[in-house]
Design a protein around this ligand. Structure first.
Ligand code: SAH
Length: 379
């Protein structure tokens, strides 16, 4: 016969646990020092446990409380009863011939987002998502054709990096040969429309006693949410990339509809005033090359004029086509001519090399491939 465990008299009833990360025990991934402090206080543990947790979770990459050997067994058991160290689940993972890796992530509510790792000689860049879907509907972007779902929580944003570091065997944080050196928020979503979660995640990723990614190696890409740009510059001090893509309001209104709310002149003013801008920390302007739309010599000359008083670099992005896209990518010769005008005008200008083409590592494509697979399975 099973014995019935007596009610425990020695401990106060635990306070209700916030239902982060779906039902059940919440994950501590995404908790900053304040959050870890609350978690240990709720368990009646001394405050120094929060620092120990930070070390194990964000410096060492612990995936279970039992690994935390500097914490007493009893405390580890209490932690494990109430919390997990869960990360997003990889629903699909692919490696390209050029070393690019792509993951499709599934969150507990079954929503999905993508993540890409791009290894280069001198760095490794992880591209992560800030939302599931996007509300901006840029006309050349595949995510815009997918339904809007929701903001990702701070834990789901940091959790992407944690999962990638698990997969790449990239723990602990202090190593000289770390594989992920740079983070870009250029996956799905508009990070400045999910500012609070992105800010908390940025704080955790740049904490020197935890994940310890330098603020200079964390880049947030925005389509230009002008009022939040100032706050971002003052509070986060991360690098900014701005999706400019056009030099006239008429064309930008069409391809980046957010421009109707925050037109080019206002956007560039916000760039001029972005905290910490100087020649050492330039703003990157992303410019997608769309054949016959924004790629004329006159556009390049206007770009030089618009950016002349802003510490800028231009990143020309060959348009990555998707089925049914209303645009084509500019020819290589056109992109080179455009770049030459920018360089002659004194701007720093690079062309993004397409990576991971064999695994469709372009915006929004893995997610839709998985949706097609499921639709086919249902049919
Ligand atoms: N919402 C943010 C970040 C996500 S998009 C932003 O707009 O910046 C990241 C970058 O990919 C943006 O510069 C976006 O314009 C670009 N992009 C989206 N779809 C693309 C495509 N099909 N080909 C090339 N670049 C694309």
């Amino acid at each position: 016969m099973d014995s019935i465990a007596p009610a425990r008299q020695d401990e106060p009833a635990p306070p209700p646990v916030p239902a982060a990360n779906g039902a059940g025990r919440p994950s501590l991934v995404g908790a900053d020092m304040a959050g870890l402090g609350e978690a240990v206080r709720a368990l009646g543990e001394p405050p120094f446990r929060a620092k120990q947790l930070r070390h194990w979770i964000y410096h060492r990459g612990a995936r279970g409380f039992e690994e935390m050997t500097s914490i007493s067994k009893a405390a580890r058991a209490k932690l494990a009863e109430r919390y997990t160290l869960g990360r997003p689940a990889p629903a699909d993972a692919q490696v390209s011939a050029d070393g690019t890796r792509k993951w499709l992530l599934r969150f507990p509510d079954a929503s999905e987002a993508e993540m890409v790792f791009i290894p280069e000689e001198d760095r490794g860049t992880l591209c992560i998502s800030s939302q599931v879907g996007c509300t901006l509907n840029c006309r050349f972007c595949h995510t815009g054709t997918q339904p809007w779902v929701r903001n990702l929580g701070a834990g789901e944003i940091v959790g992407q990096l944690m999962l990638a570091r698990d997969a790449l065997d990239d723990w602990p944080s202090g190593r000289k040969d770390r594989k992920i050196t740079n983070i870009v928020l250029m996956g799905m979503g508009e990070p400045l429309y999910n500012y609070d979660n992105v800010a908390r995640a940025a704080g955790i990723m740049t904490d020197g006693d935890g994940i310890a990614i330098s603020r200079r190696r964390l880049t947030l890409s925005t389509a230009g949410v002008v009022p939040v740009m100032r706050q971002c510059g003052e509070e986060l001090g991360v690098n900014l990339a701005v999706s400019l893509h056009a030099v006239t309001d008429a064309i930008r209104d069409e391809i980046v509809p957010l421009n109707r709310r925050y037109p080019i002149a206002e956007l560039l003013d916000a760039c001029r005033n972005y905290g910490g801008v100087n020649n050492a920390r330039r703003i990157t302007f992303e410019y997608v090359m769309l054949k016959g739309v924004n790629d004329r010599d006159a556009d390049a000359r206007e770009l030089v004029r618009l950016l002349k008083d802003i510490p800028a670099k231009i990143n020309l992005i060959p348009f990555n086509p998707w089925p049914g896209a209303p645009y084509e990518c500019s020819r290589e010769k056109r992109i080179r001519a455009f770049m030459t005008i920018c360089l002659d005008g004194g701007l720093t200008c690079t062309v993004r090399t397409p990576r991971g083409r064999d695994i469709m590592a372009a915006c929004g494509q893995l997610k839709s491939a998985s949706e097609r697979k499921r639709a086919a399975a249902r049919a």
